[in-house]
Design a protein around this ligand. Structure first.
Ligand code: FES
Ligand SMILES: [Fe+2]
Length: 428
């Protein structure tokens, strides 16, 4: 099958109009990645996350449960909390010092008797949103009556790795946080493009057998898994760059790389568990953040295995870069598949601005996920029941537009880093 033409026009990747529509209809109506469960350990720890046009705060309550509210004071809509913080006892709005408890209930209004004699505090609470945990990840949804997370991810678990992310450790200094010059959908399409693995990454991802990849969609989400390449598996003890994940027993070995709609990729391998999060910033820029967790290990264990792997790698797996370039600037000389991907995505984004018509030809099987993803985008943008709710302020509902327009980035900034950077660091 030659699909002939993209289901999405060029403007889908370049125009502000498309971008705003997606913010309202996709990101305002789906579960969004907010952080890892351990980011909010103690009562009063909080973070903010942008769900389309709405900024949502997640806070751990006195009862140790996570709660989610719109980050919007019920007085006149000021943002209550900064992006990330710890140990709040109460929530105090910086504008006029209205005070809420950790359940979102208004408990104090300065000058109440003179200024707001009729105001019944017990009737005023922050607007509720939804929060849940799935696979050690905190998810938020801007609606209080969001579908259950178990429903949202239904049927996906059997396609994921056996990893238990709650048990794995995120090491300091292993983060990755970068703005890429490409529309977020180009990055997704690259992530779910099975065809490019043996070509763009012919030297950097040879530890997996792409010919045996199993992939497809389960509802809104893409799943993908492939076994280790025979040679890599045969010498795994020597080649594996970091301690093997305990759950990755022989029958499970391989890479599990699902895309969770709309903006979170997972990459679950024999020695790492990564999240790959996209935050669309503008129609043509996207922030990419990667966080990596690994098996708990000492520094000595870490160094020993990394050195062993480095020493054996080129002997067993062969060396060489795609174009044998020696330039540090060249993404193909980096031994880093992320650099290769980013190069390809940024070039594709540039192509969106060419006056030439772009007639695309999608591979019938290995690029089919791209077509399915574009169908999904169309589906979410045309569903009739998607109406953006207007948060209700108490005294100035005519200012709602102003607050809806506040797309100031409020997400917490995680400590992140890429699988590829770790994997390849030792090999340069
Ligand atoms: S106290 Fe929050 S806007 Fe006035
Ligand atoms: Fe890639």
């Amino acid at each position: 099958m030659d699909n002939g033409q993209s289901l999405l026009e060029k403007e889908a990747y370049t125009s502000l109009e498309w971008f705003k529509k997606e913010q309202a209809l996709i990101f305002g109506n789906t579960w969004q990645f907010a952080g890892l469960e351990e980011d909010l350990k103690a009562p009063g720890d909080f973070l903010n996350v942008q769900c389309g046009l709405q900024n949502i705060m997640v806070i751990r309550g006195e009862d140790h449960q996570l709660k989610a509210f719109h980050n919007l004071c019920r007085h006149r809509g000021a943002q209550l909390l900064r992006p990330v913080g710890k140990s709040k006892k109460v929530l105090v709005c910086p504008y006029h010092d209205w005070v809420y408890n950790l359940d979102g209930q208004l408990i104090k209004v300065p000058g109440k008797d003179e200024e707001f004699p009729g105001l019944d505090l017990s009737r005023i609470c922050l607007h509720k949103a939804s929060v849940g945990i799935w696979r050690g990840i905190i998810w938020v949804h801007s609606k209080p009556d969001a579908p259950a997370l178990t429903t949202w991810f239904e049927g996906l678990s059997s396609h994921l790795g056996p990893h238990n992310p709650e048990r794995l450790i995120e090491y300091p200094g292993t983060n990755y946080d970068r703005v890429v010059n490409a529309n977020w959908k180009i990055l997704v399409e690259n992530y779910i493009d099975v065809y490019h693995l043996s070509h763009l990454h012919s030297h950097t991802l040879k530890m997996y057998d792409h010919t045996k990849a199993v992939f497809g969609f389960k509802n809104n989400h893409f799943y993908f898994h492939e076994p280790l390449a025979e040679i890599y598996q045969a010498h795994l003890d020597r080649l594996i760059p970091y301690k093997r994940i305990a759950e990755m027993t022989d029958p499970h070995l391989g890479a599990y790389v699902p895309w969770l709609f709309p903006t979170l990729g997972l990459s679950e391998s024999e020695c790492m568990w990564n999240i790959f999060h996209l935050e669309p910033l503008t129609p043509e820029t996207t922030r990419v953040r990667i966080r990596t967790k690994m098996e708990p290990m000492s520094q000595a264990e870490y160094d020993k295995q990394a050195q062993k792997s480095e020493k054996s790698w080129s002997k067993i797996m062969g060396k060489g870069t795609k174009f044998n370039s020696k330039s540090e600037e060249d993404p193909f000389a980096s031994w880093d598949f992320m650099e290769e991907d980013i190069y390809a995505c940024e070039q594709q984004q540039r192509a969106m601005n060419t006056p030439l018509p772009i007639h695309v030809h999608y591979a019938a099987h290995r690029e089919k996920p791209i077509v399915s993803f574009q169908q999904l985008i169309r589906h979410w943008l045309t569903q009739a029941n998607h109406s953006e709710e207007t948060p209700c302020l108490i005294f100035s509902s005519d200012t709602t537009e102003r607050f809806l327009g506040n797309t100031q980035h409020g997400g917490h900034i995680p400590q992140v880093y890429p699988l590829s950077h770790i994997r390849e660091k030792g090999k340069q």
